[in-house]
Design a protein around this ligand. Structure first.
Ligand code: PLP
Length: 384
């Protein structure tokens, strides 16, 4: 589908132009949405266009998948109706009884899904702390099929060394999958660091406007495992709608500039808050004091992201009060959108989560950073 001109072209240029794919029939620079579920065949039963049916992919989904595969440097990509649907497809590719290693601290919804699969004896599961490569190595078995890492990991933004995790996985013949939702491909390309599979909740930075639910898997190689995922994608019909996909394509065009600005503003806030008398901790991989900073600096080349977490000395109630006292930050879940969000995380994740009860998660948007700081400072004044 791509008509990218034959000139040296950066990933950012390709993303801004969504692979330079104007509509050839009308000359529209922005390609139309293709809602049609079915596509014509010719006299010899040959396909007229690139597909016969919108499950698994119509032309709009194919264009978005092409942008995502290009961005991550992968061999192929598939779109799903949510990040969780993409995670479920990756998990479904593990053979029955297969061994999976994931993290004690990660997006809690994914952890719960893995734990459910373990309870049902679908898989055997070990959880290790994010970034603890000794624990990861120790958990590996000859039958380990999938190692699932998330970096930076919700909600302390612990960093996992992707290249080292890939070596550990490959030493036992396992696949390394990376939930790169909080480090989109404008800053980290896990496949270039050795990962086999990349997962994105496109609901977050990739779309960036809090108005699309979508997910994606990108593969390093079009191998047998990818074949399984692609077949499941088609057979289970976990495909997004064309309007959502078109909105995602629109959001993707500004990914690089949004992420750069969000990262700069988050770093500004992290530095401004780190010695605040009401806070016991500020977690942001861009701070030199963050335990994963050196690795993050190596593998997050386009910024440390717009998410940070803070912990309040006065505990649970102060955290709850803070999240309810901001005037610009919306008290709402999610991350990666243009508007800033604040969330007291423990009540969301539940009692079983290792998330500290005094932790407040911030997603920094595109507002003026000084306005955001003033908002947090006035809210901190009121949080006792
Ligand atoms: N992975 C991470 C890191 C997330 O933060 C989320 C959602 O919050 C997901 C996966 C799931 O994505 P979705 O909400 O699009 O299903």
């Amino acid at each position: 589908m791509s008509q990218t001109p034959d000139t040296p072209t950066s990933r950012e240029t390709k993303t801004v132009q969504a692979m330079h794919a104007p509509d050839t029939q009308t000359g529209a620079v922005i390609p139309p949405i293709h809602p049609s579920t079915t596509y014509l065949r010719g006299a010899e039963n040959e396909l007229v266009g690139p597909t016969d049916y919108r499950r698994p992919e119509g032309p709009t989904e194919m264009q978005a998948a092409e942008v995502l595969a290009m961005l991550d440097g992968g061999a192929d990509a598939r779109l799903f109706p949510s990040g969780m649907a993409a995670i479920a497809a990756a998990l479904e590719s593990v053979p029955t009884g297969g061994h999976v290693i994931a993290q004690t601290e990660m997006y809690y919804g994914a952890r719960l899904l893995f734990q459910r699969a373990q309870r049902l004896n679908r898989i055997t599961l070990n959880l290790v702390p994010p970034g603890d490569l000794d624990a990861l190595t120790a958990a590996c078995r000859p039958d380990t099929d999938l190692i699932w890492i998330e970096t930076p990991a919700n909600p302390s933004w612990a960093i996992v060394d992707i290249a080292k995790a890939a070596d550990i996985a490959h030493a036992v013949g396992a696949r390394l999958a990376v939930d790169s939702t909080c480090a989109p491909p404008c800053t980290t390309q896990p496949i270039q660091l050795g990962a086999d599979l990349v997962m994105h909740s496109a609901t977050k930075y990739l779309n960036g406007h809090s108005d699309v639910l979508a997910g994606a898997l990108v593969t390093a190689k079009a191998d047998e495992n990818w074949d399984t995922i692609a077949t499941l994608h088609s057979q289970t019909g976990g495909v997004p709608g064309p309007f959502d996909t078109w909105l995602l394509l629109r959001g993707l065009r500004t990914l690089f500039v949004r992420f750069e600005r969000q990262s700069a503003s988050a770093l500004f806030l992290a530095k401004a808050l780190k010695d605040h008398p009401k806070l016991s901790a500020v977690h942001y991989p861009g701070l030199e004091s963050h335990p994963g900073h050196a690795i993050a600096a190596k593998q997050m080349t386009g910024g440390f992201g717009g998410t940070l977490s803070i912990q309040l000395k006065d505990g649970y109630d102060a955290a709850r009060k803070l999240a309810a006292s901001t005037k610009l930050f919306f008290q709402a879940t999610s991350l990666g959108g243009v508007e800033s969000l604040i969330e007291h995380r423990k009540p969301i994740e539940g009692a079983d989560s290792p998330c500290p009860s005094d932790l407040v998660r911030l997603s920094v948007g595109l507002e003026t950073p000084e306005d955001l700081l003033a908002d947090l400072l006035q809210a901190l004044d009121r949080a006792n």
